[in-house]
Structures are given as C-alpha cells and as structure tokens.
Design a protein around this ligand. Sequence first.
Ligand SMILES: *Cc1c(COP(=O)(O)O)cnc(C)c1O
Length: 398
Amino acid sequence: MTSSSRSARPPLNRRLAEFGTTIFAEMSALAVRTGSINLGQGFPDTDGPEEIREAAVRALRDGRGNQYPPGPGVPELRTAVAAHQQRRFGLTYDPDTEVLVTAGATEAIAAALLGLLEPGDEVIALEPYYDSYAACIAMAGGTRVPVTLRPHFEESASFRLDLDELRDAVTDRTRLLLINTPHNPTGTVLTREELTAVAELAVERDLLVVTDEVYEHLVFDDAEHLPLATFPGMRERTVTIGSAGKSFSFTGWKVGWVTSTPELVSAVRAAKQFLTYVASGPFQYAVAEALALPDTYFAAFRADMLAKRDVLAAGLAEAGFEVFRTAGTYFITTDIRPLGESDGFAFCRALPERAGVVAIPNAVFYDHREAGAPFVRFAFCKQTEVLQEAAGRLKAAF
Ligand SMILES: *Cc1c(COP(=O)(O)O)cnc(C)c1O
C-alpha cells in the first residue's frame, strides 16, 4: 500500500468534517496579532472568589482529589449540588443516584447525547446554538433539527422562541429537546409561558429534555431563571446541566454536573465513564464549598455582571449598533445593519484592524447561516476598564 493511495481518503471522518476548527481559535489569534481587546470568547478576565481558590489549594495540599476521584464525583460535591438545587429551586435530588459530576458542562452535554441517543434520532435545538451541540449530536449519530429564535424589535430588541415552529419541528423520530436558558449567544431567558409550552410539548410527545442552564445565576432586571425540571411532568424526563466555570468564574477548572432521575443519570454516566472517566479532583472539593456560598455572593456576582452589561451595551448603542437586551448570560448580541453592514463574518474579520476589538459572528451558531448573518456577539465578562476602552474604540471607529 503506497502513501498516495492512503491519502485518497481524508483522515477526518464524515461525521465531523463539517465542523473544522472553531471560530474562537481564528478570532483569538487575530486578537493577539492585532493587539485587540478580545470580547470574542466568553471567559472572565478575573478569577472567582479568593476563598474558593484557597479551598482548591487546601484540597491539593491535603491530598484530596490528587488521585482518581470516584466516578460519579466526590460525595462532598454531589451533596453540595443537591443542596444547591434544593435551596434555590426547591428541587430534590439524591446525591448518590441523581447527581453526576462531569468535566465541565461540555462533557455533560456530550455524555448526555452519547448516552441517550440512538443513531437516527432527531434532536431539536434552539438556533443559534452553543457550538458543541451540533458536533455532539453528530458524534452520537443523531440528526439535528434547529428551531430558530427570531429577532423582535418592539419595546426592547430580543430573540424569542416561536412556539408553533417548535411544535411543528417534532416528528415521530424526535427523541430529545436540547434547551439552553439563559441562552448563549442571544441573552434570551425563556419566560414561564414559553417554558410551560416547552414542557407541555415534551410531556405530550414523550420527549427527553436536556437543558443547559450554566448561566442559571446570571439573570438580570426582571428576568427569572426557571429550571425546566420544576415544570409539571418534567423532573422525570429532564437532564439538567450546570457549570462551576460559569457560576464561579473558574472556567479552567472544568467542573460541571448533571441532575436527573437515577435512570437518566445512569445513561449519562455510561457514556461519561469512557470519555474522561473522572476529572478535576481537587477542584471538586473547592466547588463543593463554592455552591454553599451565601446568597450575598450570588447577588454580588449578578450585580457586577449587570453593571458590566450596561457599560458595554451603552457603548455599543452609542457606536451605532442595534443592541439586543441581554436578560441573562454574559453576552450581548448586536445587529450591524444600522452601521450599513450585513455580513457578520466579514465585519468580525475586519473589526480588529478597524477598531481594535474582537467579536464573534453569530452566523457560526446557525445551520441557517443567512438567518444569523447580520448578528454579532460581544462578551462582557471583562474588567470595567477593558469594556470602557473597547466602547471608546468602537465609538471612534464608527
Ligand atoms: C460555556 C458554556 C458551556 C460549557 O461549560 P464548561 O463548564 O466550561 O464546559 C456549555 N454551555 C453553554 C451555553 C456555555 O456558554
């Protein structure tokens, strides 16, 4: 066999061929090359609470978690996750059978889809969607069926779920709804009315629901985060996903979790055990302490992010962008058409040279690329001075 006949077949398999490298790599490299402020990727530029960092150091020094932790996660963290769901949402989970610790929410999403889907099953996901959803559905052999959140411009601009479109997307092959609220990248928080309709549909059509609630603590103004598992008939069919990266600003620790019924948690664990098996040993102990922080921590975290949102939103509006209202998450989606632009890809590729700022074209989060073409996402989980500098640069450039 010669090497030329071997190279006839591209090494990357067909399931993943469409995904390539993520836009974040390209944009982050562009940020470095041009000395731009990177508001592309969503990670905080300051670490979470000092006492929680110290808790991780203590665990490491005390030799807790330096060897393989238990497959489902350390008991302290599973207990803390259950206590957090109880305290905040009145949801009761058994730490031994209904909680699973994962390597961030990313692994939770992958393991849930790999553990729950048969090849050919259809998965409905809200478009634009977090970039790992499409790849994980593909790796599980599933078929993704996007339901597009539509921009509305009355009162304050926001993206909303069309409930008729959602209902129409369900077929006999639909196995699972993959929901994300608060929603990245649009900043939409699904309302009680919308979630009630989602829940009724799931019950009526007997669907599983995987709900990515990593921004559960980041809701602003009069928005309220309502876990899907709290709706009638939902606890027994819902896999809920959380993340210490997003709730405590330690995205590098990669600690996430799943809560659900024993049967569904077992299915997720069946896949998870062959992905990482376990991860983040000492950090699991620190996150257990973080989840028990008093309400004042979560209130201060939210207030801090709200102030940052307002700084960036005001700057973007002054620069001439249409700014969608962020009710949750740490992202702002904008519409670039008021600037005389319509192609978010071209706009984001030129923005570093033009303004010294990096953003992400929302089109990368769409199957229907044209539906996302004029939208661009900025992250505001950055220090206030950084956001002010970015706002100043944008105002000067447009
Ligand atoms: C950041 C993010 C994740 C991944 O969380 P990790 O805990 O860092 O793996 C998952 N879903 C959404 C919507 C996110 O924004």
